[in-house]
Design a protein around this ligand. Structure first.
Ligand code: ACM
Ligand code: ZN
Length: 543
């Protein structure tokens, strides 16, 4: 009997150990790909591994991968052209193959198999996203400063992947607080890691103008600096200020560098130049563009201000001059013109505004705002670009080709798509990463709200009300980072990590591939990556 028991135990142990050997290796890819099959075995990247490319475009993707690997490890990879090399063992091949593939504009296939890694895509965009998936398969300590790995093991795996939405955005307000060029690049790197393809750069505000415009030097001299910054929350009265002059701006050279950096990472930047409201800093520099003539100072309080651009010819000349330089710097198709939170009190009391309304047959100040945006849209369209604005641009009638960014809930997105316009969903309820991510008692000061990781994860960008045809106008979702209460770059990191990872999965992964429990497992691995990279993040997961 004892013999049998020992035998049984031995058999049990053998089964257990073989199970362990065969248990699939866990991978932690975010956003979850369309299909993943983990296979037995692994590929080892070492300094002998060859990068093999088939075109100029795949060469650039290979150089990016080689640079990333060299930055974090002791492995230096060299690229070879496909026809220069006859062996495919120990190689990473990057192939652009447009023949009959269903990978679309941004999809890719990644095959890792003992002796080779192959990433295939229809174009460079797909290759780049494939590389992001590959680097997520590296060990987490790859990114650590303390270790310089000499080999990287990657599980054998077969992945096919395409995005659900074509617009996957993150926004950053650099006006309420400003961040160095190096941080903007780091932010762009995080977008790339999570397969976001759009960076919405909020460049002008009441509290500061942050882009050099050569035609209008007073924007850099005057509009870029405020006298003081509010201490504590706006709701805490009496208000207190720090008394410290604050500001700065990005030079055109810096902007070009950032645009180039983003483009090399598959990311288009949408610049935002706010009008007609949120323009007090510009009016401080050029008070003649306001209804009353000023004088004004860049705002030292948060909120909404009554002094806005007066829709006179001089203002349109100014804004067209600004936009001309902006369009020279930013090659992307969209120009964001703000359009949100524009009080109409000054327009109602302004002779020039009232005369213009009479002349143009406009009944209300909302229609005057519409007239304003239509004129700007015409200018932007004439220069081959598309206008995008916050959902207030729907009020008083939407201009002919505009895309709407739905922030006051989903209504703006619904109305826009029902009118046949494109919309980007960024409702405050799910997409505002300036909101608290846990009990305010446990958190640094924030503007308000409560948007947990789980809430972001469960966001569905296509409103139920829409028909299938209307739903096609929902381009995707965007996370917004307003920085009134986010003064440091570490704090920006804390607010977006890990919530942007959840939004990445909302934007990229099909709903049937999403799974909250599984996401929690994967995000914990990403915490290790954040730690290795020295990023600040919020690590509690609230059910
Ligand atoms: C916004 O949050 N005012 C667009
Ligand atoms: Zn006016």
């Amino acid at each position: 009997m004892k013999k049998y028991l020992i035998l049984l135990l031995a058999i049990f142990m053998i089964i257990l150990s073989s199970c362990k050997e065969n248990s699939p290796i866990m991978v932690h890819i975010i956003p979850q790909p369309e299909s993943v099959k983990v296979l037995e075995g692994q590929f080892i990247v070492n300094s002998e591994t060859k990068l093999i490319v088939d075109s100029e475009e795949s060469f650039l993707a290979a150089e990016y991968l080689a640079d990333q690997i060299a930055l974090y490890s002791n492995i230096k990879l060299i690229s070879y052209k496909l026809d220069e090399i006859d062996r495919s063992k120990n190689s990473i091949r990057l192939i652009i193959d447009q023949n009959g593939s269903d990978l679309g504009e941004e999809g890719y296939k990644l095959d890792v198999e003992d002796e080779s890694i192959i990433i295939k895509a229809n174009n460079a965009k797909g290759l780049f996203w494939g590389i992001q998936t590959l680097t997520q398969l590296f060990p987490a300590d790859f990114y650590s400063e303390q270790v310089r790995l000499t080999t990287l093991s990657i599980p054998n795996i077969r992945i096919k992947d395409t995005p659900r939405f074509k617009y996957r955005g993150m926004h950053l307000d650099v006006c309420r607080h400003m961040f160095p060029v190096e941080f903007i690049k780091k932010y762009i790197d995080l977008l790339a890691m999570y397969k976001f393809n759009t960076f919405h750069w909020h460049l002008t505000e009441d509290q500061g103008w942050r882009i050099e415009i050569k035609r209008y030097p007073k924007l850099a001299e005057i509009a870029a600096y405020r006298d003081s910054t509010l201490i504590g929350h706006y709701r805490n009265k009496p208000h207190k200020w720090d008394g410290v002059r604050y500001g700065g701006y990005y030079t055109q050279e810096e902007v070009k560098e950032i645009v180039h950096y983003a483009a090399a990472r598959n990311i288009t930047i949408i610049p935002e130049i706010e009008m007609p409201g949120h323009s007090l800093a510009a009016l401080a520099a050029y008070p003649e563009l306001a209804c009353t003539g000023g004088p004004f100072r860049p705002a030292t309080l948060w909120g909404v201000f009554e002094d806005v651009y007066c829709p006179k010819e001089e203002t349109f000349d100014f804004l067209e001059g600004v936009l001309t330089e902006v369009m020279e710097l930013f090659p992307g198709e969209y120009i964001h013109i703000g359009g949100d939170e524009c009080p109409k009190t000054r327009w109602a009391a302004c002779d020039a505004c009232q005369q213009l309304m009479k002349k143009e047959g406009l009944e209300t100040e909302e229609e005057l705002q519409s007239y304003f945006i239509r004129r700007i849209e015409k200018f932007v369209n004439e220069h081959g670009r598309k206008l995008i604005g916050w959902d207030e641009i729907l009020e008083g009638g939407l201009s002919p080709n505009a895309t709407v960014m739905s922030w006051r809930g989903t209504e703006g997105g619904i109305a826009a798509s029902q009118q046949g316009h494109d919309a980007v969903m960024t409702p405050g309820s799910h997409c505002y990463f300036d909101h608290y991510q846990a009990d305010p008692e446990s958190q640094p000061l924030a503007i308000g709200g409560l948007t947990t990781l789980k809430k972001v994860y469960h966001y569905e960008p296509v409103p139920e009300e829409l028909t299938d045809d209307q739903a096609k106008h929902i381009l995707g979702a965007q996370g917004n980072v307003w920085t009134e209460y986010i003064p440091t770059l570490e704090h920006v990191e804390y607010m977006i990590l890990p919530r942007m990872a959840a939004l990445a999965e909302v934007n990229w992964s099909r709903p049937e591939k999403k799974n909250w429990d599984n996401f929690q497992r994967r995000i914990k691995h990403h915490f290790k990556i954040y730690e290795a990279l020295g990023l600040t993040y919020y690590s509690e997961i609230i059910e």
